[in-house]
Design a protein around this ligand. Structure first.
Ligand code: GLN
Length: 323
């Protein structure tokens, strides 16, 4: 019999089917306030059974062995009591229709960030051009590798402050077979770069505010704080990123940053102050302004900047390589 009504931990005598387990687990997750209860139950069970999630639907009536149930119980327990995100429990996450390896060393890619990927791809449409792209703070490599897969000719550089994040990014690059077109460099922001200019600079930097940490979902505790938090007010990385990006852009090049909708105005001002133009925001799948875009003007559009007293200052801010 497979009613799926009892706790699978107690009812050893009962036959547990796939459907019975899913129903029980979904209810259990709901009781504990897990938002996507059914989806989480499915992803974890598919992981244990080593099948694709949708293939569970072909196996609803099949019994699940006690060894597999034991592994499933372990994951359910960690999901509920420690609030470990499903992505970390199964070690992977879908992003831009591909599977990325993740761990608690990297930010799990979010669907929100697909807005940034889409907007970047819209700016890489000339089939004859070899676009040079920089991804600052690449984490799992989700952005850089998705761009590389869509634009195989592009030359992509990805930086990260965390060596353990870069290990995962490199592993993802190998698994997705783009390790030859994406270069990974360890260091803060633009620091590991040589004199270079990019057609696109993209980044999903840490932008959450530490002062809001107590109100955030407990799941975030399982991701690296350095990938999530931009200091007390959320701007510690965004500010230098917005101010310095222009130096790394070729004339006409684009900067695309992910941020919180409430940060758009401030960051927009920094971008304009730095000399970037065409500042606009783009909405994520949930309709929230999630990405800010700005462009380095082409040379003929760039404002005159040769007043004698600002010369030396200007020089230090100007691109390191003559275009
Ligand atoms: N959007 C993420 C979240 O709210 C934060 C990502 C980030 O800081 N880059 O969970």
């Amino acid at each position: 019999m497979s009613t799926g009504s009892g706790n699978p931990e107690d009812s050893r005598s009962q036959t547990w089917t796939v459907l019975g387990l899913l129903r029980w687990t979904t209810g259990h997750f709901k009781d504990h306030g897990i938002p996507s209860a059914r989806l989480d139950a499915e992803v974890l069970l598919a992981h244990v059974l080593e099948i694709r999630r949708l293939d569970l639907y072909l196996k609803f009536e099949q019994p699940v062995m006690s060894t597999e149930r034991a592994r499933y119980r372990e994951l359910i327990l960690r999901r509920v009591s420690e609030r470990v995100p499903v992505s970390i429990l199964v070690g992977e996450k879908e992003f831009w229709s591909r599977t990325f390896r993740v761990s608690s060393d990297v930010l799990t890619p979010r669907p929100d960030t697909e807005t940034l990927v889409e907007a970047a791809l819209e700016r890489m449409t000339d089939p004859d051009r070899v676009y040079r792209v920089l991804d600052v703070g690449t984490g799992s490599g989700a952005i850089a590798l998705s761009l590389s897969l869509e634009r195989p000719r592009a030359q992509i550089t990805a930086t990260d402050l965390s060596g353990s994040a870069l290990q995962i990014a490199r592993q993802n690059a190998e698994e997705l077979q783009v390790e030859k077109t994406v270069e990974f460099l360890e260091g803060s922001l633009f620091e590991p770069l040589a004199a270079e200019q990019f057609d696109l600079v993209v980044s999903n930097p840490p932008y959450l505010a530490e002062k809001d940490a107590a109100d955030l979902p407990a799941e975030l505790k399982h991701e690296p704080p350095m990938a999530l938090f931009g200091g007390m007010d959320g701007y510690r990385v965004l500010e230098p990123l917005a101010a310095e990006a222009i130096q790394w852009l070729s004339p006409g090049g684009w900067l695309l940053l992910e941020l919180d909708p409430e940060q758009i105005e401030r960051v927009g001002n920094w971008l304009r102050d730095s000399g970037l133009s065409q500042v606009e925001s783009l909405r994520d799948l949930a309709g929230r302004e999630r990405v800010i875009v700005a462009r380095r003007p082409l040379e003929e559009e760039e404002p005159e900047r040769n007043s004698s007293e600002s010369q030396s200052e200007e020089r230090s801010h100007s691109p390191r390589v003559a275009p």
